[in-house]
Ligand binder design. Structure first.
Ligand code: NDP
Ligand code: 2IT
Length: 450
């Protein structure tokens, strides 16, 4: 174990997701550290980059429709501001802990660095469960959450967007409260609705960006998404728009899931079927199982937590896009994917593959892109939304989409170049970690001991 991992594990022994995220980066950047050891040791770079600049933890009291009071925990981790204001999502999910948010904000620092836009890294959220709550309950929760968070954030300090459980509805309620408390209309939140400061393509950006990245990877093999059978997990924002772009580029999507189970549609989930999924998930706020109400030939498999693998990843396919949550692909899933002939795994979710799974992909020469690089489209368009808000104008769809494409293409190139320079040609994990790390560390060195 490296010295820095020993330090952070001793300091916070229960933060296993954070240790996992740090472990992966430290392993990848070892060749960089080998070249500059005295300088990084002297400046305590690893100690500083793994310690959040600030952690906010606060009580979020709210009242349900029956008048019952509840208390959740609110968090914002301001991880690193070397490259710009802290920037990153808010996650509302019962599984949220300090460890989850520290891992996400740590990943976000490198994610954001790779976009080349001026954004530091942060992440926040709550263990609040929006599923099954009324709009009014969600509004009251968001207002309470913001009535503490507002004093710590701002368009030049810390900008938040959505993540699991936080979409346009939640961003609207959060923004409304921020505006009321501060008496200012600024770009402090991204992922806003189009009518009042949102950017075109922000809802699509994570998924579209991920497929643009996958296309770049395939093009290194003179191949494309066309006619590829694709497994996608999740059915939320990242999954829907990953599916949409795969379909548009001529691929075939056969699975989608949520925490209760997954659908396998052998015929392929086409454009019309995907619109139905969007209606189920975004409007009706229902379950993926409701897909069978209209497409009854589809196979539905209930989630089974007693299994040591996820059957979704055990179908014949060419590509896999994990779009749900962390550690959703374990070693056995990875073996199943390899045995089923999968040639590409491209992550829209953050850290969806365990380290053992990643080793299997790399050892089997499967094209594998870590979320840090492949899902940066979401935060990139958040950065573009901030630019538009600052300029008080709004770019057309075509312009945002073409900027997104260029950013994803450049991230792909940057990863490959960094991987080659440090003796790991074709390894996107090393490439993403090294390129992101160097950008952040160089800025930290320039800015002195802060
Ligand atoms: P959504 O809330 O829109 O969708 C999340 C999906 O994942 C749902 O289908 C949900 O199922 C499923 N899911 C969530 N948690 C679990 C769990 N513990 N076990 C099983 N299934 C689960 O979130 P997003 O699509 O925005 O986020 C998905 C992933 O993409 C996350 O890893 C996020 O960090 C990442 N991401 C998102 C970005 C964005 O802009 N939104 C940007 C970059 C990355 P259910 O409804 O049953 O909970
Ligand atoms: O993980 C992520 O990149 C996000 N949840 C989106 C962050 C953002 O600021 O758009």
């Amino acid at each position: 174990m490296s010295d820095i991992l020993r330090l952070i594990t001793a300091r916070d022994p229960n933060e296993k997701e954070f240790h996992q995220a740090v472990g992966e980066v430290i392993e990848s950047v070892q060749p960089v550290l080998d070249r500059i050891i005295p300088e990084y040791r002297q400046n305590a770079i690893l100690e500083r980059i793994t310690e959040p600049e600030r952690v906010l933890l606060f009580r979020v009291p709210w009242q349900d429709d029956q008048g019952q009071m509840h208390v959740n925990r609110g968090y914002r981790i301001e991880m690193n501001s070397a490259l710009g204001p802290y920037n990153g999502g808010l996650r509302f999910h019962p599984s949220v802990t300090l460890s989850i948010l520290k891992f996400l904000s740590f990943e976000q620092v490198f994610n954001n660095a790779l976009t080349t836009l001026p954004m530091g890294g942060g992440m926040g959220g709550s263990d609040f469960e929006p599923k099954g709550k009324s709009d009014n309950e969600v509004m009251r929760f968001c207002q309470s959450f913001m009535s503490e968070l507002f004093r710590h954030i701002g368009p030049d300090t810390d900008v938040s967007s959505g993540d699991i459980g936080v979409g346009a509805r939640e961003i609207g309620y959060l923004f409304g409260m921020y505006k009321r408390l501060r008496n200012e209309f600024t770009g402090v939140l991204t992922g806003k609705s189009l009518g009042w400061g949102g950017s075109l393509i922000r809802p699509e950006a994570t998924g579209y960006g991920c497929v643009y990245f996958a296309s770049e990877m395939l093009s290194t093999m003179n191949d494309s998404i066309e006619e590829k059978t694709c497994l996608i997990s999740g059915a939320g924002n990242a999954a829907q728009y990953t599916a949409e772009k795969v379909i548009e580029l001529g691929g075939k999507v056969v699975t989608l899931s949520d925490s209760t189970g997954y659908i396998y549609d052998e015929e392929g989930i086409d454009k019309d079927k995907l619109e139905y999924v969007k209606m189920i998930k975004n409007i009706r706020r229902g379950r993926i199982k409701d897909y069978l109400d209209k497409y009854s030939e589809t196979v539905y498999t209930e989630a089974d937590t007693t299994l040591d693998y996820n059957p979704l990843w055990n179908h014949k396919a060419d590509c896999a896009f994990p779009c749900a949550t962390q550690n959703e692909i374990n070693e056995k899933d990875a073996r199943n994917l390899a045995n089923n002939g999968v040639k590409l795994v491209c992550e829209a979710a953050n850290m969806p593959c365990t380290p053992e799974a990643v080793d299997i992909f790399l050892n089997n020469k499967i094209l594998y892109a870590p979320g840090k690089a492949a899902n940066a489209g979401g935060v990139a368009v958040s950065g573009l939304e901030m630019s538009q808000n600052s300029m008080r104008l709004s770019w057309p769809k075509k312009e945002v989409d073409s900027r997104l494409k260029i950013i994803m293409k450049n991230i792909h190139k940057t990863c490959l170049e960094a991987a080659s320079e440090y003796g790991q040609p074709g390894n996107y994990v090393s490439g993403a970690n090294i390129a992101g790390f160097l950008k952040v560390v160089n800025a930290m060195q320039d800015q002195g001991l802060v």
